[in-house]
Ligand binder design. Structure first.
Ligand code: MSP
Length: 500
């Protein structure tokens, strides 16, 4: 299969702290899409990484007595370790301190400067270092005579300095048209939010540089070495560096038209209004899709170190024992539009009810019976019409749902098939039959279809089951009930131990 490409990105995370399950939520979703498209024969490029410059990182490093570079170098392995523990298979882990990226940032700034999109000026405003952004009146919270960040609740810092501006006003109409015409910012409600804000406030020129005297940790502007690039513009450009913009034309031309950025709703404005403007100025199309999700909240608040309500990736890995279970649970919660509350007892009941009792139990029962009653060999038999039809409609439905990034619904649909297979087995009672070939074959087929569809979310489990039962994983489009000639069951694994 040639010609089909898929490019998916996560935000690049600030490595000032270890990643938590909020970061894993985005990264696992990106990995699920990457695996789904890979399984379907697409040439996939999956980019993730770290956003290493700026005042926030500079201060975090100072606090522990390290240089910023030493500090970020010590944090990157931590991110990589967690992504590996969660079976994240990225194509490149990009760091904004990578030489090819710094070079690109300089080239882009030079180009924007030459085109007259970047100009010198002076700026004053209230700045939140944790967000790395300015807040205007009406946006910040006033408390006891102090101006606080609406997200972090920390005091804002007054900043008054010379800077360079990016002339967003010059592309406002084009950017508005892109977002308004629909299909790019997804789900649509987020597009409406951005359009509303642009209509209300207009796209004002933004400051895109910091004087080196204040922030030394950044990419120097090529036309004025007293300034460094504002960290957000530096960061957004990673999406171009990652696939070789201005460096590897073939790669860039192949992947950019298929770009899918996945982000949390906190960074929607940067990724729509600002990012689409920069792309416009560079003469590039917007990404194919900007996929936005809501938050995982804990006790009603967005999870965050400063809020003190974070759940760590280790907490979930320790409790549920496997990457696949954690990936499954995060994707079962996934909701693009609404915040979801982190609720341990809900996760326990999903884990026990779905993974252990429904999927795990079916694999175990079918495997044990195949071994005990048929020596592990289960040849093709007449398909059960009801089960076959449900399997076919599930394959179709899951593909439609994944295309709409409804991963949680896709899992539910797959588990409907597993539940039906469980009750089919209860109805047909293969354990009581002299020749249980037909019910066992049908059960295994339903299990195989479901296992295939679960692969993007639970790759380790899918591969384990496919090995234990002796079948191949297929691209979903080529998956059909009844296509296996003969099962050769080697073992009946216990997939998930219940939690108490
Ligand atoms: N460095 C910037 C992004 C630059 S991208 C060009 C940044 N980094 S971050 O470390 O703060 O990560 C933010 C992202 O982490 C969110 O957009 C979201 O994808 C994810 N999440 C962090 N906490 C989250 C929740 N509590 N819930 C869901 N996602 C969360 O912003």
């Amino acid at each position: 299969m040639t010609g089909k490409a898929f490019y998916v990105t996560t935000p690049i995370y600030y490595p000032n702290d270890v990643p938590h399950i909020g970061h894993a939520y985005t990264t696992v979703l990106a990995d699920v899409l990457a695996r789904w498209y890979r399984l379907n024969g697409y040439d996939v490029f999956f980019l993730t990484g770290t956003d290493e410059h700026g005042l926030k990182l500079q201060r975090a490093a100072e606090k522990v007595g390290k240089t910023p570079k030493e500090f970020v170098d010590s944090m990157v392995p931590v991110f990589k370790k967690y992504w590996s523990l969660l079976e994240i298979e990225y194509s490149r882990f990009i760091r904004t301190t990578d030489p090819d990226h710094e070079e690109l940032v300089k080239k882009v700034f030079q180009r924007l400067y030459e085109k007259g999109y970047v100009y010198k000026g002076s700026y004053s405003g209230w700045y939140c270092v944790s967000c790395e952004k300015f807040y205007s009146e009406g946006e910040y919270v006033e408390q006891g005579g102090q101006k606080l960040c609406p997200i972090h609740g920390k005091p804002l810092e007054w900043v008054e300095e010379e800077t360079y501006f990016l002339r967003l006003s010059a592309v406002q109409d084009e950017v508005l048209k892109i977002i308004e015409s629909g299909g790019t910012v997804f789900p649509e409600a987020y597009a409406r939010e951005v359009v509303g804000r642009i209509r209300k406030e207009g796209l004002k020129d933004v400051s895109v540089a910091r004087p080196k005297t204040r922030v030394y940790w950044g990419v120097e502007l090529p036309f004025d070495r007293d300034f460094v690039a504002y960290v957000w513009i530096d960061a957004l450009l990673n999406y171009l560096t990652g696939i070789g913009f201005m460096r590897d034309d073939d790669s860039f031309q192949k992947y950019w038209p298929e770009a899918h950025h996945i982000i949390g709703k906190d960074i929607l404005w940067f990724h729509s209004a600002i990012w689409f403007s920069v792309l416009r100025m560079l003469g590039l199309d917007p990404p194919k899709r900007l996929i936005v999700h809501a938050y995982i909240v804990n006790r009603g608040l967005k999870m965050g170190k400063s809020t003190g309500n974070v759940v760590m990736i280790d907490d979930l890995l320790e409790r549920y024992k496997s990457a696949d279970a954690v990936r499954y649970l995060l994707m079962r919660l996934l909701n693009l539009e609404k915040d979801v509350e982190f609720d341990q007892s809900l996760l326990d009941s999903i884990y026990n009810g779905e993974l252990a009792d429904t999927y795990g139990n079916l694999v175990r029962r079918a495997g044990v019976l195949a071994l005990r009653k048929l020596g592990g060999r289960v040849p093709r038999a007449d398909p059960d019409p009801g089960l076959a039809e449900l399997a076919s409609s599930t394959i179709k439905r899951v593909a439609e749902l994944i295309a709409e990034v409804k991963v949680s619904e896709a899992l539910t649909a797959t588990f409907d098939l597993l539940r039906e297979a469980n009750s089919y087995m209860n109805r047909t009672e293969p354990w009581a039959l002299d020749d249980p070939t037909r019910p066992l074959y049908n059960t295994l087929e339903a299990l195989r279809v479901a296992t295939n569809l679960l692969y993007p979310v639970m790759p380790v489990t899918s591969e384990l089951v496919s090995r234990a039962f002796g079948f191949q994983l297929f691209p979903p489009a080529e998956l059909a009930f009844g296509q296996v000639e003969e099962y050769r069951v080697a073992e009946a694994p216990i997939l998930f131990q219940k939690v108490k």
